[in-house]
Design a protein. Sequence first.
Length: 153
Amino acid sequence: MSHNESLGALSRGMFAGLVGTIAMTLSERVEMAVSGREGSQVPGQVGAHLLPGKDPDVPSDVERLNAPVHWAHGIGMGALRGVLGVAGLRGPEATAAHFALLWGGDAALYRGLGVADAPWRWGADELASDMLHKGVYAVVTGVVYDALAAPAE
């Protein structure tokens, strides 16, 4: 695969990740309206841990970073779907691998930064919600990526 083809796969993945993030955000909004759950501040907390000059204990830092980190993470993880495509994975197999890498990586990152406890210590509702929405993301991102990649790869 040429350099341009690899860049194309990453670009398609990032676009697919954007669409997946839109779908995940919509599924979160519907679930929060039904369940009464508050929105997650985890993206903002992660951003505040990782960006110099930001403090995860300062609510305004977390609030300002929450949406940009949410969207950047979703778009960036779409690039990972592009890498899986370059590796030859398609369809449900690629979606399952993408979900596992996304969810496992996020859980490890959150634990490593002290943002969240280990997943086996999460409540059932919290675990189900996280897996549901990341599942929506992985499925939509995968469908979009595969549709975009079909004529190009």
